[in-house]
Design a protein around this ligand. Structure first.
Ligand SMILES: Nc1ncnc2c1ncn2[C@@H]1O[C@H](COP(=O)(O)OP(=O)(O)OP(=O)(O)O)[C@@H](O)[C@H]1O
Ligand SMILES: [Mg+2]
Length: 499
């Protein structure tokens, strides 16, 4: 189905301003159809002086005359005469037409659509007086509103320039309508609007009062009237009720001035919507808060351990506790990072960097400087993977420092490489230190460090680990591995279940 813009171009329309005006009209006209309880068609003049339907809208408040789509069709002779008349006279024309689906004649109102100083299209309202709604106060009021908008369309005051409502949440006529007079006093409130006002505690008859007096959506009318354009505002009326309002002033030109003749407030109770938004928000905030507290608790534990270590005489015990403190700080680090993240996932590099710093800090002697760096990207991981993985990496980094660059060595470099595809996360820790002894076998390593690594990688993370001596080919940047030198490469492969 061709769009309005395509049809306009097909018919040789070149005035982009006029086309934008029609686009804006069509984006607003659901409201117009609702106010007049009728089908509306937008007719464009064709090159051969006929008319073509460029867009169609049905009312949510009334029955349609047209089950089929009329876009792209032409006008019959009677319609054409009325459209011509509206176009040429620049005035609203009413009459009767025959419609296939209806036995009786159908009423047609042809409204010239004005942009700047000329008429660019004709908008029609088409309705059957027989199937129409029984006129009550609502019907009468809405039709007067529609009349105001009709005048605005034919004088180029509607649609408003550059204002397109967000259709997904914008209130519609069916949600609730308050009609205001020129002084912003309530002339009429639709049943749905009355219900919404009841919910915020307005039980008096609103008619004759201003919104400020009612205490509902106070600034909506003022802003719309002052700016002479539609204003969308949301009001937290009470702790439970949130109202979304769209206030559209009706205008007329008097001399060179725009005068506000009244306005309509479309209002929708969005409390439920907002309550869910807030819940989501607080769930996120709660998760962050929990991570923050876990981090604090872990820090408390590591301080307690440090206090205890100070009272110990045995060097072995002191260093065992120092290691525990380091491991706990690593886990705290993950939680700290998680406490800044919006979701439950974490960008893994964001943990590796502070891990490197943690090890760097622990390396007090400056006689054997070690350069730490990280390269690549590990993607985003859930905390369940990020936490054990950080402990693993800490152990590997610590080993590189402890065994690669023991006291008396000259120092060197340690590089952590991260990469991932949608299946596998690959981590490589390389150092250019002393290297592994010839008989080293990771399967037989009995130290606590590698035991932790092995357990976490193979059971917790369902991955694999391998260690080998570094080769010249492993050199990257600062990490130069010489032919006679040595170094260690540790490879981890973890099934990737991040994003
Ligand atoms: N990067 C490395 N360079 C050289 N040797 C290493 C390296 N990583 C591990 N090793 C060797 O593997 C052994 C086992 O390491 P592991 O981490 O299990 O124990 P540890 O470091 O001796 O003690 P712990 O980690 O429990 O304090 C080390 O003693 C060391 O000989
Ligand atoms: Mg170790």
């Amino acid at each position: 189905m061709p769009t309005l813009i395509e049809i306009a171009h097909e018919q040789g329309a070149t005035d982009e301003r006029a086309i934008a005006h029609l686009g804006a009209l069509v984006s607003e006209w659901g409201m117009l159809a609702d106010f007049c309880f009728a089908d509306m068609l937008l007719y464009l003049p064709t090159a051969d002086k006929k008319w073509i339907v460029a867009a169609q809208v049905r009312a949510a408040t009334g029955q349609t005359l047209y089950d089929s789509d009329l876009v792209g069709l032409g006008a019959d002779l009677i319609e054409q005469a009325m459209l011509d008349q509206a176009f040429n006279s620049q005035k609203v024309v009413t009459g009767a037409i025959q419609v296939e689906s209806q036995q009786d004649p159908v009423s047609l109102m042809a409204i010239p659509v004005r942009c700047d100083d000329r008429v660019i299209a004709v908008l029609t309202r088409e309705w059957s007086t027989r199937s129409g709604r029984k006129p009550g106060q609502l019907e009468r009021t809405y039709l007067t509103i529609f009349d105001e908008f009709t005048k605005m369309i034919s004088t180029g005051l509607f649609p408003f320039e550059g204002r397109v409502a967000d259709a997904t949440v914008a209130p519609r006529v069916g949600d609730g309508v308050i009609v205001l007079d020129a002084d912003a006093r309530v002339r009429y409130a639709s049943p749905n609007a009355v219900s919404a006002m009841h919910r915020v505690g307005v039980s008096t008859n609103a008619v004759g009062q201003s919104l400020a007096e009612l205490g509902v959506a106070q600034t909506a009318a003022r802003n719309a009237y002052e700016r002479r354009e539609p204003v969308v505002e949301e009001f937290e009326q009470t702790a439970e009720v949130t109202l979304l309002t769209r206030t559209i002033p009706t205008l007329k030109r008097v001399g060179g001035q725009l005068v506000v003749t009244g306005g309509v407030v479309l209002l929708r109770d969005v409390s439920e919507l907002r309550r869910r938004d807030r819940l989501l928000l607080t769930k996120d905030a709660t998760i962050r808060e929990i991570h923050h507290r876990v981090k604090n608790n872990l820090q408390t534990i590591s301080s307690l351990l440090r206090l205890q270590a100070r009272r110990l005489q045995s060097e072995e015990a002191v260093s065992a506790i120092a290691e525990s403190v380091r491991r706990i700080r690593t886990i705290a680090l993950v939680h700290e990072t998680l406490s800044h993240e919006a979701g439950e996932d974490i960008s893994f590099v964001e943990i590796v960097r502070p891990l490197l710093r943690l090890v760097e800090e622990g390396l007090q002697s400056s006689d054997r400087p070690v350069k730490f760096s990280v390269d690549g990207d590990g993607g985003r991981l859930p905390a369940t993977i990020a936490t054990p993985l950080s402990v693993v990496i800490l152990e590997l980094l610590q080993n590189a420092v402890d065994h690669g660059f023991p006291e008396g060595s000259a120092g060197g470099a340690v590089l952590v490489n991260l990469s991932h595809d949608d299946k596998l996360l690959t981590i490589r820790v390389t150092d250019n230190g002393r290297g592994l002894s010839n008989d080293f076998d990771i399967g037989k390593a009995t130290g606590l460090g590698l035991s932790i690594v092995r357990t976490l990688v193979t059971t917790e993370l369902a991955g694999t680990i391998s260690m080998r001596s570094a080769l010249v080919d492993d050199s990257v940047g600062e990490l130069q591995i010489s032919t006679n030198g040595a170094g260690t490469v540790v490879d981890l492969k973890i099934p990737f279940i991040g994003e």
